[in-house]
Structure formats: C-alpha cells, structure tokens
Design a protein around this ligand. Structure first.
Ligand SMILES: Cc1cc2nc3c(=O)[nH]c(=O)nc-3n(C[C@H](O)[C@H](O)[C@H](O)COP(=O)(O)OP(=O)(O)OC[C@H]3O[C@@H](n4cnc5c(N)ncnc54)[C@H](O)[C@@H]3O)c2cc1C
Length: 434
C-alpha cells in the first residue's frame, strides 16, 4: 500500500510540470519540438525529485527500504540523463537566433542568448559527469566522504543552473505559473539538502551519545556500544539501522550506516556489530570509552514487529548477523510466542560471533571452510541447506528475514520463491547498494 502511494506520489511530482506546461499553452509546434521540451521538463523534474530520494527521508526509505530507494535513485538519475542528452538535439530545424518581432515570448523560436544557453550547457555537462562519477565510484577510488561531498555540491549546482536555463530559455518555463513551479520545486530540493546537512545535525547535537564499550568479537569484527547522554535514547524497532558518527562534529560528513544489533527491550544502550572494511571500520579498536557519538535514525524496514506469521526464519551471512541479532534478541527478551530459527554462515570458525549467546537451540551454524571434526553444516548457505532446515509448511507460512552477501541473498530469495514463499514474507537488508 505504502509502495503504491509512493509510486503515485513520484509519478505526480514528475509529470505535473508537464501537464501544467501543456495547460499554459502557446501556439502549436511540431511534434519533435514538443518532445524536446517535454524531455527537458521531465529531466529537470526527475533531477529535483532525486534530492528527496537520497535515502535520508524516513517516509520513503522506511517504507520501501534503503536499498530499493537507492536503486530507484540510481535508475532515475540515468533516465534523466538520457532525457537531458536528447533534449537539445530534438529541436533541430527550429528557427533560432535573437528575439523576433513576431515571436516576443519565444513560442516558436529557440533562443541563442548566451546566458540561458550557457547554464543549460553547463548543467548538461555536469549532469553527465555526476552520473559517470557515481557509476564509477568504487573504480575511481576516492574516499566515500569526498564522493558524497562532490555529489551533493554537484547536484546543487545542476539544480540552480537548470532553474536559470528553464526559466530564461524555456518556452514554458518563462510563463509565470511555471516559473513559480520551478522556483518552488528547486526550493524543496535545496531545502532537503539543508535538512540533511544542517537541521538533522542540529537535532543530533542536542541529543548526543557516548561510547560505553568497544569489544573485539572476532579477529575482524567489533561490538561498539553507545549510551544516550541526558536523553531517553532512540525509539526504534529491532532490525533497523542508524547513521553513526563517532568522534566528529555532527556537521561532519563522517558518518556510516550500521544496523542496531541490540534489542529495544534491553534498554536505551545501542550496540553495533561492525566488520573492518575501510577507513572508519578499521579504526574501531582505537575508539576510547566516553568518545562522543551522534546518531541519525532509525531507518529501514527490516522488522518483524506486528507481523502475523507464526514463525520467523533468520538467515545471516557474516556481519549480516547484526540486524538479525537485534531481532532474535528482541524475540527472546520479550518471550515472543512466534517460533524462530537462525541460519548463520561464515567462512571459518574464528569468524563466528556471539556463539555462546546464540547457543545451539534453533541455530544452524554453517562454515564454508570447516575445521576437522566440525559438527555443524559445511558449505555455503544455498537452496539445499535451506531445504534441510525448513519444512514445506514453514516455507509457506513463516516470515524469512535475510542479511548477508548479495550472492547469498539472491540465491536464497530465488529458492524461497521456488518453494512457494510469497515475496511479501521475504525481508532483506543490503549493506551495499552499488
Ligand atoms: C543499511 C546498512 C546497514 C549496515 N549495517 C552494517 C553493520 O551492521 N555492520 C557492518 O559492519 N557494516 C554495516 N554496513 C556497511 C557499513 O556501512 C560499511 O561497511 C561502512 O560504512 C564502511 O565504512 P569505512 O569508512 O570503514 O569504509 P569506506 O572505505 O569509507 O567505505 C567502504 C564502502 O562502505 C560504504 N559506505 C561507506 N560510508 C558510507 C555511508 N556514509 N553511507 C553509505 N555507505 C557507505 C560504501 O559502499 C563504501 O564504498 C551497513 C550498510 C548499510 C547500507
């Protein structure tokens, strides 16, 4: 239902300027000229809505999930780029030049005035650059924070340049109704950036946290626990995640998303299970108790709260255990009547975290490189293994919650669907959405 609402809201936001433009009218032109304007209008609209699809707005990302939101953001940016690239070429054959006495509002001619054309061309080149940079982000090898800053500043510049181009070069954009529309929409887009980089940090500053402990779980995995300073903590559902900033100003870009591995029922302290990967996660061991931290959240829809299925299947690969541990802890702490089983896969035995707490009851440990005399499952988490753990009835009635490497989640999801699990009973969180 929420998904349907979001799709309709997106379509309305993106196509409304097209409808409004057609209503403000003007003398009819050839189809290819209208198509050129239409594509330009759509591209600008889509670019402005991209600001809201940044993953930081809970109504959207908590409704459909962060990974879906980000995928949609990426696909729509590429579509907008294609529309924008086609836009100038479709005007071919349209008379251009300075103002004509018979066409004072530029209904039938194209402007060649330098300033509106140059902003259009600059936005055109910047947009192509921004999309290429985003697609090649990992290959280009710059730091995540640098990329995020460049992406934000680039997007802001594109929006402002396009506003100028649309209002001063556009046949429709120069009409007062449309000028107001574009001004308002650009204002909303810029406002969304200000919300993320100014308002949210200000709120975070007033509700700070402090590192309570840092514990090594396995050679490359850590448990970081934070406690609220002078406030009651976070109101969250087991399985959700936050953007965590440890030891930096709340206005800094140095924040990373981490699933909460503690349970709401355990109290206001929040724990995270963090695997070493890059510049922040490799320094967890050096974080001192008492270091100030800021959180933005909770985000995400990986939650079994309020679900009606009689059982919950948890399938974790490596550090993907983090959100599922939060869910398992909450089920256990609240004495939830739903049955549950956990499959927890790793490569080697040293990577298994929280083994004592997880116990053996209802937990299937899987190792792809098991030691001698290993009593658990050996191999990868795949269809065969899932078939050995769950019955036909459980496939059709339980909720399946997964988090782990992309390949594991794809294989398990395909298998569950083959076994008749409806897709609305399969929940997952992806840690990487490139
Ligand atoms: C919803 C979600 C939940 C996650 N939960 C956990 C968890 O519980 N435990 C865990 O170990 N890891 C988790 N991750 C992954 C974790 O965020 C990255 O491993 C971490 O940010 C890497 O940061 P780094 O500075 O060490 O590495 P870097 O080298 O800076 O980044 C490595 C990669 O991590 C991702 N990343 C880094 N910073 C951000 C950011 N601010 N926003 C989005 N992606 C970023 C990017 O894909 C980047 O290429 C989660 C990711 C997401 C999206």
């Amino acid at each position: 239902m929420k998904l349907l609402f979001l799709i309709v809201a997106y379509l309305v936001a993106v196509t409304l300027p097209l409808v409004l433009s057609s209503l403000v009218g003007g003398p009819p032109r050839q189809f290819h000229q209208e198509l050129a304007s239409g594509l330009g209008i759509l591209a600008f609209s889509m670019i402005l809505v991209e600001f809201i699809l940044s993953g930081r707005f809970k109504t959207i990302s908590n409704g459909v999930g962060l990974d879906v939101t980000m995928r949609f953001h990426q696909i729509m940016a590429r579509t907008a780029l294609v529309f924008a690239l086609l836009h100038p070429f479709l005007y071919q054959g349209t008379p251009s030049g300075g103002p004509r006495p018979w066409d004072p509002t530029r209904q039938l001619t194209l402007t060649t005035d330098f300033s509106p054309l140059s902003t259009g061309i600059a936005a055109y080149l910047l947009l192509a650059g921004l999309v290429v940079m985003a697609i090649g982000r990992t290959q280009l090898g710059y730091k995540y924070e640098t990329w995020r800053l460049l992406h934000g500043v680039g997007a802001l510049l594109i929006a402002v340049l396009l506003l100028h181009h649309t209002v001063y070069a556009g046949r429709y954009g120069s009409q007062p109704v449309m000028t107001w529309w574009w001004l308002t929409m650009t204002g909303v887009a810029v406002g969304s950036l200000l919300t993320v980089y100014l308002l949210v940090p200000l709120r975070q500053k007033a509700r700070s946290w402090r590192v309570a402990s840092v514990v090594q779980l396995t050679p490359k995995q850590w448990e970081l626990t934070v406690e609220p300073v002078g406030h009651r903590g976070l109101n969250y559902r087991a399985g959700q995640f936050v953007w965590l900033n440890v030891g930096h100003s709340p206005f800094s870009m140095k924040e990373n998303p981490f699933s909460i591995s503690s349970a709401p029922a355990a109290g206001p302290e929040l724990s995270f299970m963090i695997k070493e990967l890059g510049d922040f996660t490799r320094t967890i061991s050096q974080i001192k108790t008492g270091t100030v931290a800021y959180l933005d959240g909770p985000y995400g829809n990986l939650s079994v709260d309020g679900r009606v299925e009689p059982g919950v299947a948890l399938i974790a690969g490596g550090v993907g255990l983090a959100p599922l541990l939060g869910i398992l802890r909450q089920l256990r702490l609240t004495g939830d009547s739903r049955k549950h089983k956990l499959i927890y896969g790793n490569r080697v035995i040293d990577q298994i975290a929280y083994r004592e707490e997880l116990g053996e009851e209802g937990v299937v440990y899987v190792l792809s490189e098991p030691p001698e005399h290993w009593h658990g499952e050996a191999g990868f988490i795949d269809g065969g293994l899932v078939d050995r753990v769950f019955s036909e009835r459980e496939f059709s009635e339980w909720a399946f919650v997964m988090c782990g490497p992309t390949i594991m989640m794809n294989i398990v999801e395909d298998h569950l669907i083959k076994r008749g699990t409806p897709s609305h009973r399969i929940l997952s969180e992806r840690f990487h959405y490139d």
